[in-house]
Design a binder for this molecule. Structure first.
Ligand SMILES: NC(=O)c1ccc[n+]([C@@H]2O[C@H](COP(=O)([O-])OP(=O)(O)OC[C@H]3O[C@@H](n4cnc5c(N)ncnc54)[C@H](O)[C@@H]3O)[C@@H](O)[C@H]2O)c1
Length: 369
């Protein structure tokens, strides 16, 4: 078992630090862990029908064995249901069940369930305790850690939300066995991102073990989850509200979000779009003279080894730039990017549109196009 601490809050009075626990078979011990944290009485397990059918039975047993009295609320499976309308139905159920301020909400599922349940926990009765039990690789290494919660708005993704930290994150790597291969790989894109932005040794580990990881690995996947969580924990501890350092977690995401938007959020999974976006960000870094071409090739080769896409054929460069300009993270017309200097080290820069377009030529040269 490995425990990673997310250090948050100044001094003992405002200590919002919490543990991320990673262990095989942990699903069966969540109730005991919550009892040890001081939880008792009623709680709500929020999941969806897919994950619920696979795992809610075990989690419910464990919660009961820990002395808790759980109620299950299911939200529909799918990004299209990450809405205020669905959240509102959850509030209705919580009120009907007469849940109170001390009644914890436990999120069992991928990033969609975690983001929605977290937003419910942040807002119901002005905030109730929140526990994350992430079940996709993306949720285990990214969305469950760091306190970003929220839902989509018809005009854009994740536009409604709150920073609200969980009290604990319980990660059972064994649940990845039932995850679809494409979902696993989409999570691996975020794992690779941590190597690029923070830790060259970790990146080398991923290179050496790419085949095992893409085949969902044995202990390699557990190491990858642990290291990814510790890097995210470190970044979030230093900059909880994304006023500076935390934005490096968006490496590949400015391009990635635009690719997702231009393809109607259907052709690429988020992690796949980020995979293409990381190669584009690396090409931009090369074309600005920040890093040699071999850095970009190393990133691209690892993504290819993991079975991830590294190009988005059919997307027009001009459309991509225009879509990035509309992104909510673009300030005063200038497009900001996280760019790589070397594996393990990135910088944030504003880049003129002409320079971005110039970098596309480098990409097509590398792909032989
Ligand atoms: N809060 C954050 O910091 C943050 C960060 C990144 C992404 N996100 C959000 O995360 C969401 C994407 O999350 P995701 O990629 O986990 O997608 P998801 O939650 O839609 O899960 C993908 C699919 O896998 C299924 N599933 C989940 N666990 C499973 C398991 N163990 N076995 C079999 N099937 C399983 C789900 O039911 C779903 O059909 C997006 O809404 C995105 O905005 C949030």
């Amino acid at each position: 078992m490995r425990t990673i601490k997310v250090e948050l809050g100044e001094g003992a009075r405002e200590d919002r630090s919490y543990d991320i626990v990673v262990d095989r078979g942990l699903l069966d011990r969540i109730g005991g862990a919550m009892r040890d944290m001081g939880f008792s009485g009623r709680c709500t397990l929020i999941t969806n029908p897919t994950v619920g059918a696979l795992y809610s039975g075990r989690v419910l047993e464990s919660l009961k064995a820990g002395g808790l009295q759980p109620v299950v609320i299911e939200v529909p499976d799918g990004e299209e249901y990450k809405t205020l309308a669905e959240v509102s139905k959850v509030y209705d159920r919580l009120i009907e069940e007469r849940m109170e301020r001390g009644s914890a909400i436990v999120a069992l599922g991928g990033g969609v369930v975690g983001d929605m349940a977290g937003f419910v926990a942040a807002t119901f009765l002005r905030g109730v305790p929140f526990i994350q039990v992430p079940t996709t690789l993306l949720a285990q290494v990214d969305s469950s850690v760091g306190g970003k919660t929220g839902v989509n708005h018809p005009l854009g993704k994740n536009l409604i939300g709150a920073f609200y930290q969980p009290r604990a994150v319980f990660i059972d790597p064994d649940v990845l066995e039932t995850l679809e291969e494409r979902e696993l790989k989409a999570g691996l894109a975020e794992v690779i991102k941590y190597g690029v932005i923070w830790d060259e040794a970790f990146f080398s580990f991923l290179e050496e073990n790419s085949k095992a990881l893409a085949g969902r690995g044995g202990d390699e996947i557990v190491t990858a989850i642990e290291r990814s969580c510790s890097i995210k924990a470190e970044v979030v501890s230093r900059d909880e509200r994304e006023s500076g350092l935390r934005c490096i977690l968006n490496f590949g995401h400015t391009f990635g979000h635009a690719i997702e938007a231009l393809t109607g959020y259907t052709r690429f999974k988020h992690g796949e779009a980020v995979s293409v976006g990381m190669v584009m960000a690396a090409a931009l870094s090369v074309s600005l003279g920040l890093t040699p071409e071999r850095t970009m090739l190393r990133i691209r080769d690892l993504l290819v080894d993991m079975g991830l896409p590294v190009e988005a054929p059919g997307i027009d460069g001009q459309d991509l730039v225009e879509t990035m300009r509309l992104d909510k993270k673009v300030r005063a017309g200038a497009i900001r990017f996280v760019l790589v200097e070397e594996i393990g080290s990135v910088v944030v820069r504003e880049v003129e549109e002409e320079r971005i377009k110039a970098s596309f030529a480098l990409l097509s040269a590398c792909s032989g196009g």
